[in-house]
Design a protein around this ligand. Structure first.
Ligand SMILES: [Ca+2]
Length: 214
């Protein structure tokens, strides 16, 4: 029994170790200003409406959830950005800070589609639309208070990974009211859900048991 427990522990260690790098540059700090942040790609059509910088005044001020450079996605033309994930597993937990860029103008609540995208077959494997509420205009220009709408989101996605060779985490602003419905994303992290890790561990255990029985 001790041996079995050790094997499970080892499996879990291997799985969690290999999953550490599912996403890189989740805080958007690496890369040139005004251009693609390292490891992140703008989606087709989004040539000037996705930013990886703090905006006209420089980096975003530190808040509880976001700081420095962040991903900024304007609305209307379903602009977005994505990053290919380091591994394809059937269940991801995705967490990030979501905010509303309200330093100059706002345009109503934002619909942000967050999804796991099959980049080879080009379709959505799993997704969820979240609402980022319009906080209203901030008085007095850019200050910490302007980013009060930032909040931390944690979403779970599951799908059948058997025929998926490459998957990406994708953020798309699907708002249709005004360009000023600009979403801010920061501190993105992606991990395989514990349930998936347990399954992988149990799978390895079953394999070993079968070999033993032969
Ligand atoms: Ca940042």
């Amino acid at each position: 029994m001790k041996k079995l427990v050790m094997i499970v522990m080892m499996c879990l260690a291997v799985v969690s170790g290999s999953s550490a790098g599912l996403i890189s540059n989740g805080d958007f700090s690496a890369g040139p200003d005004g251009s693609n942040a390292d490891n992140w790609a703008k989606l087709d059509g989004a040539t000037s409406e996705v930013y990886y910088q703090g905006g006209w005044e420089g980096d975003y001020p530190d808040t509880q959830y976001a700081s420095g450079r962040a991903l900024s996605i304007q609305a209307v033309e379903t602009y977005g950005a994505q990053q290919v994930l380091g591994a394809v597993v059937g269940q991801y937990e995705v967490s990030f800070a979501a905010g509303y860029r309200n330093d100059a103008v706002t345009g109503g609540d934002i619909d942000l589609r967050v999804s796991i995208w099959d980049t080879v077959s080009d379709f959505e494997l799993a997704g969820e639309t979240i609402t980022i509420a319009d906080p209203g205009l901030a008085a007095g220009g850019l200050s910490d208070a302007d980013w009060g709408a930032f909040s931390e989101k944690t979403l779970s996605f599951s799908f059948d990974p058997s025929n998926v060779s490459e998957a990406a985490l994708r953020f798309v602003n699907t708002s249709t009211g005004s360009w000023a419905q600009t979403a801010l994303i920061d501190n993105v992290s992606v991990t395989p859900e514990p349930a998936t890790m347990m399954l992988l561990g149990l799978g390895a255990l079953t394999l070993r048991r079968r070999r033993k029985e032969k």
